[in-house]
Write a protein that binds this ligand. Structure first.
Ligand code: 5GP
Length: 189
């Protein structure tokens, strides 16, 4: 039995989920942001154990095999997954935990935690999303193409989520996210 609150934040790669969450966390340092494991190569400036745990494919598959991940998915040629133990520990302590994950992972988590609050962040348009993806360091053309293809599929599924936030004006999107997270209507057990 968990006493905390589990929040799932999903939305296409490049939509600004990470920036929104960093700002939300600055305002509310008590929120626990899960750190995922991934087989993707670090982008410049990314630090192991901070943005992600960067692991080999073998290590990732071992984690899957050992049941160490709450959910996992392949995204644009790499694996991503949420370490189970730290999340369960935080929830047992009554903490509020936020997972920033893609669509397939979000669906898996909702099956285990049907009361989790799920939020989908939308871009103002696909053109704007493409511009943001291209403005980011370190992704190859093929990676950008794959991310755009995923984006179309994810956006088509956005109405599966409890709340949708459009990240057009950043401050407004942040405010909406904050209000959604702190509305006391959904508690995960
Ligand atoms: P990026 O490579 O841009 O950091 O992340 C690519 C996508 O993977 C993003 O949509 C991000 O939300 C998602 N992602 C990050 N961590 C996880 C995770 O642990 N599980 C799943 N399913 N997706 C994740």
């Amino acid at each position: 039995m968990h006493n905390g609150k589990l929040i799932i934040l999903t939305g296409p790669s490049g939509v600004g989920k990470g920036t929104l969450l960093r700002s939300l966390r600055q305002r509310h340092p008590e929120l626990y942001l899960s750190i995922s494991a991934t087989t993707r190569t670090p982008r410049s400036g990314e630090v192991d154990g901070q943005e992600y745990y960067f692991v080999s494919r073998d290590r990732f598959l071992e984690m899957v095999e050992n049941g160490e991940l709450l959910e996992w998915a392949e995204f644009a040629g790499n694996y991503y997954g949420t370490p189970r133990v730290s999340i369960e520990r935080q929830l047992d302590r009554g903490e509020w935990v936020i997972l920033e994950i893609e669509l397939e992972g979000a669906r898996q988590v909702r099956r285990c935690f049907p009361d989790a609050l799920s939020i989908f962040v939308l871009p103002p348009s696909l053109e704007e999303l493409e511009r943001r993806l291209r403005g980011r360091n370190g992704d190859s053309e093929s990676a950008i193409e794959r991310r755009l293809q995923h984006a179309r599929e994810e956006i088509a599924a956005s109405d599966e989520f409890d709340v949708r936030v459009v990240n057009n004006d950043f401050d407004r999107a942040l405010q909406q996210l904050e209000e959604t997270v702190f509305s006391d209507s959904v508690t995960s057990r």
